[in-house]
Structure formats: C-alpha cells, structure tokens
Design a protein around this ligand. Structure first.
Ligand code: SAM
Length: 328
C-alpha cells in the first residue's frame, strides 16, 4: 500500500509499487468486514466513531459481495473509493481490482488503514477531503493506464449528494458508480416521473447516467448501526447524452425551479423565472412544448425538461446567471 498525505501531492505520479493484487497471506486472514474483527480493530486503536463524518462501518460480507459484483471489476480495472473507514470495502476492492485509490478525510483512520491494508500492494491511500480533490488530476496520475475505472463507495450520509454530483460533473469516463447511500436518497436517484421521490436529484443523475437499485442494506449491517436503511445503487454513465440541451446550466435552473414548490403547477413555478408577465409567458412556452401548464414538475420527463429549457433559452427571457447547483 502507498500513502499520500494530502491531495496536493497527487501530481507526483505513480511510485511504481502498485502491483496486480494482494498476496495469498491476505486471503487467509480474517476479513475486516465481520463485527468481531471490526470491533477488535476499533478497540485496539482506541478509535471513537465520529457521527458528523458519517462513520458507519460495513460488517456484512453479503452486502460487500453485492457491491463488488455490481462494480464488475477485474485486474485490468481500477476503483476509486471515497471514505475507506477501516478498510472493509477497500480490502475487497484490492482483491478484485488492479488498483484502488482510497480517499479518507479522517487522519485518525490513516494508521488503521495502513495496518489493515499493508498486505495489498495495489492500494494508494490519500488523506484528503474528497470534495476538495481534483478528480481529473487524480485520474491522470493514477488511473490512465487502466482498462476502466469505477467509483465504488459506502458514502458518508452527510455528503452523499455533493460527492455523487462531483463524480458526475467531473465528466470523467467512469465505467460505473456503485454507491451505498441512505435508502431515501437511493429512491430519489432511481425514481421515475410521477412519484413522490422524483425530483431534481433524479433528473440531475439521470441526465448523466442510467440508474438502477442493487440492494437494500439494513442498519444491522453496520457498526455502529445508523438509524435509517441504506441501499446500493449502480449508475452507468451513458456514452452519448439521453437529451441534448443548448444551455446545461439553464436546464438545471429550470429543473430546480420546477421542483422548488412541489405543490404548485409547472406554469407557476416557471413563471417565477420570467418576472412580471411571467404566468402568461410560462403558459405560452409550455403549450409550445406540448406540456400542459397545469401539470406538476414531478410529472415531467427528462425529455420534457430539455424541451422546456431550450424553449426558455430561445425566448431570451431566462438565463442561467447566478445558478450553479443542480440539486436542491
Ligand atoms: N467504506 C467504509 C465501510 O464501508 O465500512 C466506511 C464508510 S463510512 C459510511 C464513510 C467514510 O467516509 C468514513 O470513513 C468517513 O471518515 C469518510 N468521510 C467522510 N467525509 C469524507 C470526505 N469529505 N472525504 C473523504 N472521506 C470522507
């Protein structure tokens, strides 16, 4: 295992120590992901869980099997893991993939990870906040020589949506994103138009990827147990876009506005973007796109949002200025 102390050193290139997988000794040792070994590691290091960092460590080998299987890794492929914790998933990724890069924010976990992952010469550990890492630079220095790269992670609840959006907005050619998130977030990611879960997160993710649920994971699969259910989703970025829009930021501004007040009609929500004579203009533009102005935003498909955003862009009355977050 190689170790980097911060994200700034990532440009230094490969140390050349990364091989094609862990040794037989590692296969013989007890896996990290059992309640017994997890508690043993935690106690031996005097580690105290930090809720604010979403620290719930996976101790269920069946859940790990499903995650690793969904990622479709082999020794020619790489995995980026965000938040390795004490290495339960990292260990399995090291066994399945050619190279693993794991980014952990909590300095107290670094010596534990160094110990647990010592048998694996194909793991690079980076001590950094994943939200501040330059993913393109990381890809260039760590992954460029591999046949494919997936992001595979049990994400901290508090930062799951921003980390997911950072992965997607990096525009890197991820093969797959296999992510464990809070069940409620998984439902929103995979939702279809018409349901209560469908919202700006669904549209933002499905703009980039095909999204499918993999499995549900109960609180008892973690130490300590979270209060909510978790679920694994698999996202497969599309080579071409499902929709093409003339102004992507405006598209996301329109999506955001459409869901801002879910009980209101799409005409009322869009009217607020148009200013004074907004309602009449919104109705006209919506009709021009073949969308009933009385519908609610949550019934519009990705294709309808794209048509609406393009019509608003063409009207010259709405711009994307001041808007940069697709999820709200
Ligand atoms: N992968 C481990 C597992 O499955 O057992 C741990 C998952 S735990 C849900 C989330 C991990 O993400 C914790 O180790 C936490 O310290 C780390 N983390 C939280 N915020 C982070 C951030 N911004 N960047 C990198 N790691 C982060």
């Amino acid at each position: 295992m190689t170790m980097e102390t911060d994200a700034n050193r990532m440009g230094a290139g490969l140390e050349g120590a990364e091989g094609a997988g862990g040794p037989a000794a590692a296969d013989r040792a007890e896996a990290v992901a059992t309640p017994r070994r997890t508690l043993d590691i935690v106690r031996r290091h005097g580690f105290v869980f930090r809720k604010s960092l979403g620290q719930h460590f996976l101790t269920d080998s069946r859940a790990l099997d499903r995650i690793v299987e969904a990622a479709g890794l082999d020794k020619t492929r790489g995995a980026l893991e965000i938040g390795p914790g004490i290495g339960a998933l990292t260990e399995r990724l090291a066994q399945a993939a050619g190279r693993v890069v794991a980014i952990e924010i909590d300095a107290r976990l670094i010596p534990i990870l160094e110990e647990v992952l010592a048998p694996y010469d194909n793991v690079v550990l980076i001590h950094a906040d994943a939200l501040r890492v330059d993913l393109r630079e990381l890809w260039r220095t760590r992954f460029r020589d591999l046949a494919g790269v997936s992001a595979v992670a049990n994400l901290p609840y508090y930062a799951a949506a921003p980390i997911l959006m950072a992965l997607l907005e990096s525009r890197l050619p991820w093969e797959r994103l296999v992510l464990m998130v809070q069940k409620e977030i998984a439902d929103r990611i995979c939702a279809s138009p018409g349901g209560k879960d469908y919202g700006s997160l669904s549209v933002a993710v499905q703009y980039h990827c095909d999204a499918e649920p993999v499995c549900r994971v109960p609180p008892g699969a973690f130490v300590p147990s979270p209060k909510v259910d978790s679920a694994v989703v698999r996202l497969t970025p599309r080579r071409g876009r499902r929709v093409n829009v003339s102004d992507e930021k405006l598209f996301f501004r329109v999506v955001h506005a459409a869901f801002e007040q879910r009980r209101k009609t799409i005409a009322n929500n869009i009217a607020r973007l148009l200013g004074k004579e907004g309602k009449a203009e919104a109705v006209e533009i919506l009709r021009g796109c073949g969308i009933d102005p009385g519908r609610r935003g949550e019934t519009l498909s990705l294709e309808e949002f794209a048509a609406l955003a393009d019509a608003l862009a063409a009207s010259g009355k709405v711009t994307h200025s001041g808007f940069d977050s697709p999820i709200g």
